[in-house]
Every structure is written in C-alpha cells, then in structure tokens.
Design a protein around this ligand. Structure first.
Ligand code: FAD
Ligand code: SF4
Length: 512
C-alpha cells in the first residue's frame, strides 16, 4: 500500500482533493468515528446521525470504486476516540509511503493535526479544501488593504469570476442584488403559495443502525431522533436540490425573510447540511438556480437571492473565519455576560416566537436564517447573553453547524461580538419586526404593540434597554444615529420604565 488518505466527516465528496489522481488499489482510506468529535459540542441527535450515516455511506461508495477502506466505528474495540489517535493506529497498521489529507474546515481540527505532525515528525501532504469557490488565500488577497469588508463587494467579484447570472460584463436584470424585493411578509395560509417541504428520505438500513447507535451512546443528546429524514448520500442530496428548485425556489426570494408558526421551512432549501458535509458542490447549486431562471421556471429575484446566499454569504463568512481565527472566537465587543436561558434547550417560555423556533430545532435540527438571526439570535443580543454560551448552543443544535460557518454568523452577524468586522450595525430588533414578518405573535401571551406593562412583549423593552445600555459604544456608528435619536425622543419616564422591566427580566429570563 502506497498512500493513506484520512477523510474527515465533513469531507464526503466524490471529488475530494485528497483522493484525486490516486490509484484505488494502492490507496487506503481512513474514516473514523470518534468521541472527541461527537462530544466537542452539545450536538443534536439528528446531527450525529446525519454525519455518521453519511460517513458510512461514503465508505461503501469508496469500496465500490476499489479503494481499501478502514472505517473505525464508534463501538469498535480499541478505538482511541481521537482523530490523531486513530491516525497513529492506522499508520502503525499499514506503514504507508505517504499520508494525504484535504485541509480541515475548522481551525481547531487543523491545529490538532499540525501539533500532532510536529510531535510525531510525520509529514502530512495537505491538499486544498476545494469545497469552496474562493480559496483562503484568494479571500485574504481580496481583503488586503480594504478598510471595510462588505459581502456585497465580494459577491460581485464572485459573480464576475464564476460567470453566474452575468450578461457579458453586467449582472442579469441590470442589478446585482434584489434583496429589497425579498422581504415580503407572509400572507395568510389560504393566500400562500403551495407548501414546499424539503425532500424527505426514509432512513435506510445503514441509517437505522446509526440511529440505534446514537440512541444508545448519546441518550441525553439534545433534540428528537425520530423523524430523521435527511439525505446521507450525494445522489439523494442532488435529488433534494432538484426538488427544492422545482417546488420552493420560485417563492424563495419573496418570502426569504418570512416566518410561520406551522412551517419551519417555508421556501428554504435545507441544503446547508449537504453542502457542509461535502455531499453537494456550491457551484452546482448556483448553476441549478441560474438554469431554472434561464428556463423561465423561477423569477430573477428568487434565483439571485438564493445564489447570493451560497456564492456570496457562504464563501464570505468562511473567508472571514480563516482571516481572523483564533482571536475571533474570543470576541465580546458588547460585553455581554448573562448565561444562556434554559428555554433555549427546552422551548419552555411564554414567548411564542422563541418557543416555536426551539420546538422546530428540537424536531428537525434546523431553523431557517431569519429564525436564527431575528428570533434566537436577536433575543440573545438584546438580552446580553454571553457570546461563548450562545455560540456553543448554535454549534450543537443545528445539523449544518461547523465552526467556520457557525461562528461568524453567530458571533459576528447575530451578536455583533466582533465589534463589526463585517456587519454594519447590530441586527437588533423589537417585537414589531417579528410581528411584521411572522404569525408568531397571534396567540402569544405577550402583545407586540406594548413596551410597558404586564403583557408587554419582552423583545420591545429589551430592545430599548439594549440601545440605551450600548449607546456610548454605538454612537460613532452612523447607521445607529436614527435609533439613538428615537431613544432620546421618548419620554424619560417611559425609557425608565422599559429599562426597569428589562432589568427585572434579565435577572430571570426563564420566567418570561
Ligand atoms: P437557504 O435559506 O435555502 O439558503 C441556501 C444556502 O445558502 C444555505 O444552504 C447555505 O449554504 C447558504 N447560506 C445562506 N445564508 C448563509 C449565511 N449567512 N452563511 C453561510 N451560508 C449561508 N449556516 C450553516 O450552514 N451552518 C451554521 O452553523 C449556521 N449558523 C448560523 C447561525 C446564525 C446565528 C445565523 C444567523 C445563520 C447561520 N447559518 C448557518 C446561515 C444560514 O442560516 C443557514 O445556512 C441556512 O439557514 C441553512 O438553511 P437552508 O439550507 O434552508 O438555506
Ligand atoms: Fe415573540 Fe413578542 Fe411576538 Fe410574543 S409578542 S411572539 S414574544 S415577538
């Protein structure tokens, strides 16, 4: 045997760089299920299932192509339960001439391997992580010398470079960005476009085995195991993409920011988990959306909105992560220190928007972007919850959560904990926003129109308290000028009453 290739759980691509050009019959591939990875965050039971089942299917796929595969299962006797421990055991078993890996997505994992390599003297032949369209180096040169890093500028360059939605040198439709058309509130149920659920897959034999394993080894894992219906192979992930383009993409643009109590997906794709595991390729997702527009099947604002998330935001936050790690993870620019309330786990709160969102997450290991940003994220921001605790929660509870994407979104976008590395201002909002964009408030114990009194919506008084508490920090930000003036315009007694309510609430968030 000449080469040993170690493949990590989020590198499950048929075109993986580390495997490229190798002769299967002389290559051994190592895939390892280890406790260190299964327990470094409070993972949702369904997240454990999707990763482990996809790894087992990928191992079978490799065997079918003639590779020799060592798949170390969680239950195997002798499992050292760390990635580098398993690598050492495989080297001792096989004594390969070369050791190859694709660069890990997360700083923590790369650090472990680099330290191990230094200690052991074993050289790893690193291959680029080509699960992304912009390399770390290209992002760093784009960022170099820019005073501000703005997604929109990066996105335009990516559109030009990859020739997506371009008519020669100009953007299709004459505009780069149709975001302003993508903020429609949700119509009442009878007036809504047809419901579009992500494609569901009944667990096959391999997945059912993994579900039993997870139930047995992780009995206290967060979330519900039953109802698992994600794809665990590239073939099925592609079917899910095609299904999304047909059934939901036409309305993705219009209702991208809307939320519904009875539908946690609305017109979103649920493909992030497939992209992040390597089952789908970002370019194929963008091209599928572009083609649907060129075929006249979806409007331009939908195709552009979807492409912007993948070609723009996904690549951009990953670039930010690698540019600023490891210091980035320690950010707490707004000096927030409250512990995470219990209802983030249980969903037991009178605030219906939060109760429903947590319930969705428990059932599906999923919430869409606006639920993550404007419900769970916004509450944590305005209540002043400690970023580390919030980030740990986000890293665990979503099936698609890996630090390279979770951290900039949570710490940077939702919590402004990085002090504005890429967000132009904190995404803080009152209950009025949630009332406008969802039907959560109907039937809530609280009143989104009230900011004072027994039934006042907590988002309202916490929002104004947040603005007042951080006024000095935010005064130099021109985008906060209007909000600060609005605060100053209010009667001092009203502000005082809201701040007193916020102070009481912040001492007992679980009582809300
Ligand atoms: P759609 O809404 O259908 O969008 C299509 C695709 O665009 C997604 O699959 C995703 O790959 C990409 N995308 C959209 N927005 C973003 C974004 N802001 N950053 C990166 N990619 C994006 N995404 C993750 O993949 N993993 C995470 O751990 C994660 N944590 C988040 C935490 C917070 C606080 C917030 C506000 C956002 C987070 N996101 C994360 C981004 C985004 O919410 C999810 O990618 C999206 O909700 C996934 O659902 P979908 O596939 O239905 O996406
Ligand atoms: Fe959430 Fe306030 Fe609306 Fe209740 S009233 S659902 S707490 S925004």
């Amino acid at each position: 045997m000449r080469s040993l290739v170690m493949v990590l759980g989020d590198q499950l691509s048929p075109s993986l760089s580390a495997l490229r050009g190798l002769e299967p019959s002389t290559t051994r591939v190592l895939l390892c299920e280890v406790d260190a990875e299964a327990r470094y965050a409070p993972h949702h039971a369904q997240k454990l299932v999707v990763v482990l089942a996809a790894m087992r299917h990928f191992a079978d796929w490799l065997r079918d192509r003639g590779f020799q595969v060592d798949h170390v299962a969680l239950d195997d006797a002798g499992n050292s339960h760390s990635l580098t421990g398993e690598l050492e055991r495989a080297l001792a078993r096989h004594g390969p001439a070369t050791l190859r890996m694709t660069l890990p997505g997360e700083w923590r994992v790369l650090q472990d391997f680099q330290q191990w390599s230094e200690r052991s003297g074993v050289v790893i032949d690193w291959q680029p992580d080509d699960h992304f369209l912009c390399s770390r180096e290209d992002f760093a040169s784009w960022a170099q010398g820019r005073r501000q890093l703005r997604m929109e500028h990066f996105y335009r360059q990516m559109r030009r470079q990859h020739r997506i939605l371009m008519a020669d040198a100009e953007p299709e439709g004459g505009r780069w960005n149709f975001d302003a058309d993508n903020r429609k509130a949700l119509p009442p149920p009878l007036a809504r476009p047809p419901q579009a659920r992500p494609m569901a897959f009944a667990p096959d034999a391999v997945t059912r085995q993994v579900m039993e394993l997870v139930a047995r080894r992780f009995p206290d894992a967060f979330g519900q195991l039953e109802g698992f219906d994600m794809a665990v192979t590239t073939g099925n992930a592609r079917r899910a993409l095609t299904h999304f383009v047909k059934t939901a993409l036409p309305w993705f643009g219009d209702y991208q920011d809307a939320m519904a109590a009875d539908d946690g997906y609305l017109y979103h794709a649920r493909i992030s988990v497939y992209l992040n595991l390597g089952l789908l390729d970002p370019l194929e997702c963008c091209q599928a959306a572009e083609q649907a527009w060129r075929d006249g099947a979806v409007p331009l604002n939908a195709a552009e909105g979807f492409i912007r998330q993948i070609l723009g935001w996904r690549e951009f936050v990953r670039g930010i992560y690698w540019l600023h790690m490891p210091e980035y993870a320690r950010g707490n620019a707004l000096d927030a220190h409250l512990p995470l309330p219990d209802f983030y786990w249980t969903g037991r709160t009178g605030m219906r928007c939060l109760a429903r969102t947590v319930q969705d997450i428990r059932e599906q290991a999923y919430a869409h972007h606006i639920q993550r940003l404007m419900v769970t994220g916004n509450f944590a921001l305005i209540a002043g919850i400690e970023p580390r605790a919030v980030c740990d929660w986000y890293l665990g509870v979503f099936a698609d959560a890996f630090e390279w994407v979770e951290l900039p979104n949570t710490l940077g976008m939702a919590l402004y904990g990085d002090g504005g590395v890429f967000a132009t201002k904190p995404y803080a909002a009152s209950g009025r926003y949630i009332e406008r964009m969802s039907d959560y408030c109907q039937g809530c114990r609280y009143d989104p129109k009230q900011a004072e009194g027994e039934t006042a919506c907590p988002f309202n008084y916490l929002y104004w308290d947040f603005v007042a508490r951080n006024a000095d920090r935010l005064r130099s930000n021109p985008r906060m000028g209007l909000v600060l003036r609005n605060l100053e315009r209010q009667a001092p007694e009203r502000v005082q009453a809201m701040r007193a309510a916020a102070q009481r609430a912040r001492q007992h968030l679980d009582a809300l």
